[in-house]
Design a protein around this ligand. Structure first.
Ligand code: FAD
Ligand code: UDP
Length: 400
């Protein structure tokens, strides 16, 4: 991607009279904020101030080397996967990719079994020797019949039956969300497929890869532009009245933006226990899930994911929490209804665009947030162009 001149719409820039301060205040330097800052500066030539209350860029995808020198993800394991060539190529302008396919084992009944549930999971758990063809029939024989998959319980029992549901999903979900799967939208557990073959990859997307030098380097390259200024350790409310700006991109929690006018939107949080161990390897795969034992949901060993070689290894335990940084929106009907009230307020603000996982209260992966931000940019660019072509009252064009 040409970051210098090709898409640089200087004509539009010159037609805005009396420009001072920043064209955009971008709240949040995660995927949503960084993609938009990059596009606004590189394509439209606008002046952008990115503000984040954390001491770093990258949002929850931020990575860094720990004291031992192992590259870790402080906010939990982030594995990039997408079916969109456009999104993969867009990010590819800012990083080389290292192919990586994530594998997960679940600790169930004293065994470590492939997750998502596949042919090997069933054969090893029950001591069977089904073929892929027989697996279809076997699943049909255990699956529960219901009219609709409304909840996260329905979606699993309708595919794999009650026993596998109890062993792999019920405990994990209750731990992760503090709710029974029957209280969550079907979309939550539907994230995890069921396979009748032996494919043991966690994701099936066309593109599965990690930024070769880490996420933070990729974000640095996205934000490296003379028109982009980054201000860290700053809540936007500290500067919003002080620094002049024309329009805002907001990527924080939407209910916080409106001072919780209609009440708090629930978010699920996590506590991360990062540990460095004096050994090369801790476990056989990137992540091991613990659906039924321990207070944590999963342990991830970063070197599998990053491909780093190092004489020691670093792992992270994830402990779900009700309080703390908002990491997950909680998909259930009453929360969607509350979000819609905030969304209606957001739509009334013509100079603020809400983008990202927390600002649109959607359980989005990184690629979905990038896609959402690129779509928002297209709308913004169109409106920008339309404004640039409309002569303003009092502008030199009219005064003549
Ligand atoms: P964020 O990354 O949350 O960025 C928002 C930023 O706004 C933050 O940096 C925050 O500090 C800042 N902010 C908020 N309020 C203010 C304020 N008042 N003033 C200033 N700044 C503010 N996705 C995948 O695709 N693959 C994975 O493997 C994966 N694993 C995940 C694991 C965990 C544990 C979690 C929690 C998420 C995971 N995700 C994964 C999802 C991924 O993290 C998100 O999709 C993505 O990071 C969201 O980007 P964002 O820009 O919307 O939000
Ligand atoms: N899940 C489960 N058991 C597992 C893995 C996932 O019950 O072994 C359910 C759980 O409700 C989880 C959801 O499926 O929150 C989505 O899993 P995913 O791995 O996508 O969660 P994330 O990586 O976003 O935390």
């Amino acid at each position: 991607m040409d970051k210098t001149s090709e898409n640089f719409n200087t004509a539009a820039l010159q037609t805005i009279p009396g420009r001072s301060g920043f064209d955009y205040l971008v709240v949040g330097a995660g995927f949503a904020g960084s993609v938009l800052a990059e596009r606004l500066a590189n394509v439209l030539g606008l002046r952008v101030l990115v503000v984040d209350k954390r001491p770093h860029i990258g949002g929850n995808a931020f990575d860094r080397h720990d004291d031992a020198g192992v590259l870790i993800h402080p906010y939990g394991p982030h594995i990039f996967h997408t079916n969109s060539a456009e999104i993969f190529e867009y990010l590819g302008a800012f990083t080389r990719w290292r192919p990586y396919q994530h594998r997960v084992l679940a600790s169930v009944d004293g065994q470590l079994l492939p997750m998502p549930i596949n042919l090997d999971t069933v054969n090893r758990l029950y001591g069977l020797s089904l073929t892929a063809f027989e697996m279809d029939e076997w699943l049909a024989s255990v699956a529960e019949k219901k009219e609709h998959a409304k909840t996260s319980e329905d979606v699993v029992v309708m595919k794999v039956g009650r026993d596998l549901y109890n062993k792999f999903f019920r405990g994990y979900t209750r731990k992760q969300w503090g709710l029974d799967p029957s209280e969550l939208d079907a979309s939550v557990t539907a994230r995890v497929p069921t396979r009748t073959n032996r494919d043991d990859r966690y994701f099936a997307d066309t593109f599965q890869a990690m930024p070769a030098n880490g996420y933070t380097r990729m974000f640095e390259r996205m934000l490296r532009h003379p028109n982009i200024k980054v201000m860290l350790n700053t809540d936007y409310r500290e500067v919003v009245e002080v620094i002049p700006w024309q329009r805002m991109i907001y990527t924080g929690p939407i209910d916080e933006f409106f001072n919780h006018r209609y009440g708090r939107l629930p978010y699920r949080s996590l506590e991360f226990d990062h540990v460095n161990l004096p050994q090369e390897r801790f476990q056989d795969v990137g992540t091991v899930n613990y659906p039924n034992d321990y207070a944590y949901t999963r342990i991830t060993e970063f070197k599998h994911i990053t491909g780093q070689r190092h004489p020691t290894t670093s792992i992270v335990y994830e402990y779900p929490r009700a309080e703390g940084d908002p990491y997950y929106p909680v998909p259930r009907p009453e929360n969607a209804a509350l979000y819609q009230r905030y969304q209606a307020e957001a739509e009334r603000l013509s100079d603020v665009t809400f983008v990202g996982r927390l600002a649109t209260y959607r359980y989005y992966n990184m690629d979905q947030v990038v896609g959402q931000a690129l779509a928002a940019f297209k709308r913004i660019a169109k409106a920008h162009e339309a404004r640039a072509q409309t002569p303003r009252v009092g502008s030199p064009a009219l005064a003549d």
